[in-house]
Design a protein around this ligand. Structure first.
Ligand code: HH2
Length: 269
């Protein structure tokens, strides 16, 4: 059976698109992380800055204030899961790593602060490098590609090479096509259809479709009603080669993936 991992989302932001403000109390965020691990998350991803379209940037000191107590609290629980920090800032990543995070999820793939690659290399961390066209404030204003899958693939190959050149072992890098980050509905669907081309790079593919607006566009559901659509994208993404699933609804996605994994040929073909 091919392995999969679930990355459970713990947003400690007042303004995230699907769960903003839910866990702005540290204790509630830490309890939520424990629950996600009980439901099957192998990684918990703690984020203190929303990247939803149009989101305002958060100063590093404020992001540290939001993220560090939660990372520390989760690390102290001694859960059977790695703690990830969802940040593009060196200062935030360093503080989170000092507090117990061992995984850096950077939606800018080390473009915002290239020194972040050095931290990942020096501290022996894992990282996720994600594709985004433009920046959150403006990324949904008429995004264009020659061929979205080839463009995203070339970008990820280039960022993987940059990380390796900065001293990060290739085995520590995971790659993410960045569903919804500077993409139209059709761009997202094309990436999902041809995800195998991204998996062919040879690093684990992280897929972040959870509750996103393209699912709402297809189903007509608001954020709370997008769980079933999310499970469908994860199951199909898994079949096409994705291995890590960044989701809010861990129990539902875990069940979907467990059944999908049991149904696929055991030799991984
Ligand atoms: N999506 C979001 C945030 N971080 N990281 C990766 N690697 N892949 C993603 O697809 C991804 C991500 C956006 O989702 P969410 O965290 O729920 O919302 P917000 O950015 O508003 O906090």
């Amino acid at each position: 059976m091919r392995p999969f991992e679930i990355m459970g989302v713990v947003n400690v932001t007042p303004d995230s698109f699907s769960d903003g403000g839910t866990f702005d109390d540290d204790a509630a965020a830490i309890r939520h992380a424990r629950r996600l691990v009980e439901e099957g998350a192998a990684i918990v991803d703690v984020g203190g800055e929303s990247t939803r379209p149009g989101a305002a940037p958060v100063p590093a000191a404020e992001e540290v204030r939001r993220v560090v107590p939660v990372v520390e609290g989760i690390a102290r629980l001694g859960l059977d899961a790695r703690v990830s920090v969802d940040t593009m800032k060196l200062e935030v990543a360093r503080a989170a790593v000092d507090a117990g995070a061992t995984y850096v999820n950077d939606v800018t793939a080390f473009r915002h602060e290239p020194e972040l690659a050095g931290l990942v290399a020096d501290r022996g961390l894992e990282c996720c490098l994600m594709h985004m066209l433009g920046e959150p404030r403006t990324m949904q204003q008429d995004p264009r590609y020659d061929d979205v899958v080839s463009d995203v693939k070339a970008f990820l190959e280039e960022r993987l090479a940059a990380a390796v050149a900065a001293g990060v072992p290739e085995e520590r890098v995971q790659l993410d096509p960045g569903i919804g980050f500077g993409k139209t509905l059709e761009h997202n669907l094309e990436l999902l259809r041809r995800l195998g081309e991204i998996a062919a790079i040879g690093r684990p593919v992280v897929l972040g479709t959870s509750r996103k607006s393209f699912i709402g566009r297809i189903t007509g559901r608001d954020v709370a009603g997008r769980v079933h659509g999310t499970v469908a994208t994860c199951v199909l993404g898994y079949e096409r080669g994705a291995r890590v699933f960044r989701v809010h609804d861990v129990a539902a996605v875990h069940d979907g993936l467990a059944v999908a994994a049991a149904t696929l040929p055991p030799d991984g073909s």
